[in-house]
Design a binder for this molecule. Sequence first.
Ligand code: NAD
Ligand code: MG
Length: 389
Amino acid sequence: MRRITIFGATGSVGQSAIDLIARNPGAYDVVALTGGRNITQLATDAVRLNADIAVTCYPECYDDLRTLLTGTGVACAAGADAIAEAAARPVDWALSAIIGSAGLVPGLVALKHGTKLALANKESLVTAGPLLMNTARAHGATILPVDSEHSAVFQALVGEDMAAVERVIITASGGAFRDWPIERLASATLAQASSHPNWDMGQRITIDSASMFNKGMELIETKEFFGVDPAMIEVLVHRESLIHALVGFNDGALMAHVGPPDMRHAIGYALHWPERRTLPVERLDLAKIGALTFEAPDHARYPALALAQDVMQAGGLSGAVFNAAKERALDGFIAGRIGFLDMSRVVAMTLDKMSSAGGLQNADMTLDNVMETDRLARIRAGEAISQMG
Ligand code: NAD
Ligand code: MG
């Protein structure tokens, strides 16, 4: 029986994974499930999947989680260290579906144990791509992309030679504000930014889709995961979200991955890799869909894209600054402290300040350096928010 762990089990991606796992009772030995404040969900899933342990990242939720799990045979723990300890429990496959750079440490710990890591947590690749990829190599571990675009690229590359790849194109729906006049964006509200035209996702990534910070992160993720030159990576606006990515080869062929906007495809592909198994996702009727549309991204509407391109070029620890500043700016927008367009201003100001202080490009990419950069960038971004508010 395959032993599996899910980090971020209570989130949108985590719940999609649990849906797949629960459909095959007896196929998996669930070792650990981790979550946050939604301990009722965490405990319910841990009991129904007969997990060894359930861990909440919040120590203050420990007592309630323990109460829910008493007498069930499921152990419980709390805090970031407890999640890292859970990551050290031997498993065959783990899903990294925590949101934010908090996913980095559990991912690294799992890789050090040689685990096959299905990676939805793009923030860890943006923050510390080389560290993550080198850790996987050094320990003979495999990382499987779960972000839909990266899963699509990965699938388009099966059996191909990377030397024949000329370009990698990731698609973007354009998010909630793709048809808004640019002048209105400054006044976009939290509720408006929290609804996605095609995908049903967690709130943070939905807002990041509206600002295209999500696509900016995915550009960096593409560079780090596939090791391609930033100049080869493109974003294409594709409203229907049915083609997730395309790979262009040196003979002019473009291999496109087409599928319904349902994360259970990318999660299921990683779960069964290298095999393909039947998945409970919609089968597309292309004749009914009729037409697919493509547009170049409007850089004035989505300043996050140019910021991400700068970060890809700069490399080093600038990804850690970009991600941390973006997380902090997003907190500021959610809390109503800054406007929608201020998020990219906060990230630009933080990148400027920390790049001019120097050391981002040449510092060693150790976990300590990454965490310190993440910490400092949050402080600088907080200062930028205060200046605006
Ligand atoms: P979500 O907010 O729905 O869930 C996040 C999960 O992480 C929850 O289980 C939460 O309890 C946990 N968590 C939050 N903060 C934590 C912390 N500090 N420490 C430990 N655990 C913490 O997020 P989501 O939309 O499921 O996204 C998860 C990851 O997958 C993100 O990196 C996101 O970018 C990526 N992703 C999501 C989708 C999607 O469809 N939702 C698609 C592609 C990639
Ligand atoms: Mg994606």
